[in-house]
Design a protein around this ligand. Structure first.
Ligand code: FES
Length: 224
């Protein structure tokens, strides 16, 4: 979420909390007076005593309001920031889908492939064409997937299993098996995504690559 949006939401929420807190305190005081009968005491008190009681209530109310305001501000500052941080640390997964939009099950998907090193297209993050890779064991998937869009102008790059390269049909860029550029004009390697398998449903999940380093280049990924 954009920092400006977070700030705006924070201010709006603070405003709502202040109004809500004040109303809640007023309600509590009314109930408190009814319960304790302080209003009855007022009737029989002298004017000096009434002033003292008024001052006491006013003081109590100010303390309570201050406490609520302080707690609200702390909660508001700490909670959204930690929530956004948690979201960024653990982005929501997308389940890999076939061309019919059906979630893919890892076991069946791998068994239907040609063996170790197979690279097959699925629908990935945001519906992007994405290559899932069968690892060397031949029975499971690599922990990363490759976005199939050429980093030159976005053509989908087919995998040539014989040459073991991705070769772009549009302007001839070539990428090696891990998506690194072998020949331009593509300026950057194919983007990465994380691959996991849901232990309960066996569905293949993809999440955005959020680490600060691209393990192939050793530098910051160009797509984040
Ligand atoms: S779009 Fe792939 S080389 Fe131009």
């Amino acid at each position: 979420m954009h920092p400006f949006t977070i700030s705006l939401l924070l201010l709006l929420h603070l405003l709502v909390l202040c109004v809500g807190s004040h109303a809640a305190v007023e309600t509590s005081f009314t109930a408190f007076r009814k319960k304790t009968g302080r209003s009855t005491l007022f009737l029989s008190a002298t004017s000096g005593q009434r002033e003292n009681v008024d001052a006491m209530i006013s003081h109590d109310r100010r303390d309570l309001l201050n406490a609520i305001m302080t707690a609200s501000i702390i909660n508001y500052i700490v909670h959204p920031v930690s929530a956004v941080a948690a979201e960024e640390k653990s982005p929501k997964p997308t389940f890999a889908k076939d061309i019919y939009g059906t979630d893919l099950a890892a076991d069946r998907f791998v068994k239907a492939r040609s063996g170790p090193g197979d690279r097959s297209l699925v629908m990935g993050l945001k519906g992007d064409p994405t290559y899932l890779i069968v690892d060397d064991s031949g029975v499971s998937l690599e922990a990363f997937a490759l976005n199939a869009e050429c980093t030159h102008l976005g053509c989908v790059v087919p995998w040539d299993a014989f040459q073991k390269k991705f070769i772009c049909p549009c302007h001839g860029s070539q990428y090696d098996a891990s998506g690194m550029v072998l020949r331009g004009p593509a300026p950057d390697p194919l983007a990465l995504a994380h691959v996991d398998v849901d232990p309960d449903t066996d569905r293949i999940s993809l999440t955005k690559w959020h680490e600060p380093t691209d393990f192939r280049t050793g530098v910051k990924p160009w797509w984040i």
